[in-house]
Design a protein around this ligand. Structure first.
Ligand code: UGA
Length: 451
């Protein structure tokens, strides 16, 4: 099939590569010339395992091309995917200006029947407006259909996620559009949900909001475990064995971040208030997520004091999660900025996210280390902020020798409690019984219970 993909961000670039790899002729379009030039030279604008190889292979085999000209991009396409960004605006709602811009350009350049499909995460009702904008911009009366086909890939495993999705959601008021899209995905042996546009749009938001709810739920359970002397990791293992619950997304943390959950949860909440409904549970999910960061910082301040002048803190992890260089809405960066604000000197390291972090953090009071051992040198405390596997595999005996102090604040429950404590560290985890005494402002603190 001939496919055009508008937008070469995470979703768009992966979609171009994987659609082409399935044997389709694909044109990727982006208004950003620098980005398109970079991709044409085989340099990926993002770090994503396996992506560069799939792009290179399909460009070489002639199925994948890139352009900045939307007219050229859509000319021969039967299906045009809109994969542009939908960032959060000042009110918490999704900023849809890029989607409207793409729809306008498609309308102006439409040269025959096409199916226009939105993959970007867009609020309920967006695709109906896309259809109106395309229609308003047509130079002559040309038929087209609109469909919603939300994407569920995760950064860090996006190529594999797109190749092996759990489900395909196809929302459209046109059976012809749904049948054509079914052909595109025909070789995937996964369930297809056929529905109307609004239902498809809602499935995406409901899915992301539910996953964020799981995270905030386990973060709350972690708080109770901490006070009650239970171990949240084992609690999550025990819960996760129930097939109705599942183990995924029950990893306590310093809060969820990234370019999707914070924005999508806020946008769904905004949709609910627009519909005159107060989505109380979702409000709680957001509040818990904010509190989780505070709670992590409280533990550090509880030990090192509110004035961190003269203290050196090593931070391992800058990206919003492991296996990505993406630092957008990364809680790690929030924590680092807050510690710097209290006077600490930071020594930071991330396997992939350092360059992107420099734009956000600058240089003041921050040393960008060349590896984890370089980061911990002379540090009073070590904060683990992202769950990169290589941090788990460090020689902590060596880390102990290099550090000045012995505090470890593990924001991802990444380390083995016994190994770390046996080495003489004072270890703080999230919702696990460790030798770090948390100064929790409840009369049922663990230390009270144990005394
Ligand atoms: C998320 C969804 O998982 C994808 O299905 C969706 O397609 C994507 O958003 C999107 O809308 O584009 P992503 O943002 O790449 O994917 O990252 P996740 O793996 O979902 O992690 C989000 C955040 O939650 C990260 O900060 C991560 O560290 C945190 N997290 C995740 C936890 O704190 N605990 C967990 O158990 C899982």
């Amino acid at each position: 099939m001939n496919v055009c993909v508008i937008g070469t961000g995470y979703v768009g670039l992966i979609a171009t590569a994987v659609f082409a790899d399935w044997g389709n002729n694909v044109v990727g379009v982006d208004i950003d010339k620098e980005k398109i030039d970079m991709i044409k030279q085989g340099k990926m604008p993002i770090y994503e395992p396996g992506l560069a190889e799939v792009v290179e292979k399909n460009v070489k085999e002639g199925r994948l091309t890139f352009t900045t000209n939307i007219g050229d991009g859509i000319r021969d396409a039967e299906i045009v995917f809109i994969c542009v960004g939908t960032p959060q605006d000042d009110t918490g709602a999704a900023d849809l200006s890029y989607v409207w811009g793409a729809a306008e350009e498609i309308g102006k350049n439409l040269n025959g029947y096409k199916i226009i499909v939105t993959k970007s995460t867009v609020p309920v009702g967006t695709n109906e407006k896309v259809a109106m904008i395309v229609k308003d911009n047509l130079k002559k009366d040309i038929p087209f259909d609109v469909a919603s086909n939300p994407e569920f890939l995760k950064e860090g495993s996006s190529v594999e996620d797109m190749r092996h999705p759990d489900r395909t959601i196809l929302g459209s008021n046109s059976q012809k559009a749904i049948d054509t899209l079914k052909q595109l995905y025909a070789h995937l042996n996964t369930p297809v949900v056929e529905c109307n546009l609004r239902t498809a749009e809602m499935i995406k938001y409901a899915s992301n909001a539910f996953l964020a709810t799981k995270i905030s739920f386990i973060n709350e359970i972690a708080q109770i475990c901490e006070r009650a002397g239970a171990d949240v990791s084992v609690v999550a293992d025990g819960m996760g064995l129930d097939k109705r619950i599942g183990r995924a997304f029950l990893y306590p943390s310093i809060g969820y971040g990234g370019s999707c959950f914070p924005k999508d949860v806020a946008a769904l909440y905004r949709t609910s208030t627009d519909q005159a409904y107060d989505f109380k549970l979702l409000r709680g999910v957001m509040e818990v997520n904010e509190r989780q960061k505070e709670y992590y910082l409280d533990n550090i301040v509880g030990e090192l004091g509110k004035n961190l002048d003269g203290k050196v803190i090593a931070c391992l992890g800058l990206s919003f999660k492991a296996n990505t260089d993406d630092v957008r809405k990364s809680v790690a960066l929030t924590v680092i900025q807050r510690l710097r604000g209290l006077g600490a000197a930071l020594r930071v390291y991330d396997p992939k996210g350092t360059d992107n972090s420099k734009d956000h953090l600058g240089d003041a009071n921050i040393y960008y280390a060349s590896d984890s051992y370089d980061a911990v040198e002379g540090a009073d405390a070590l904060c683990i902020l992202t769950e990169w596997k290589e941090f788990q595999e460090l020689d902590f005996g060596k880390v102990k020798e290099l550090m000045k102090g012995n505090y470890v604040f593990d924001g991802r429950n990444l380390l083995d409690i016994n190994t770390i404590q046996d080495l003489g560290f004072t270890y703080f985890a999230i919702g696990r019984p460790t030798n770090g005494t948390k100064k929790i402002s409840s009369k049922f603190t663990r230390s009270v219970l144990l005394s």
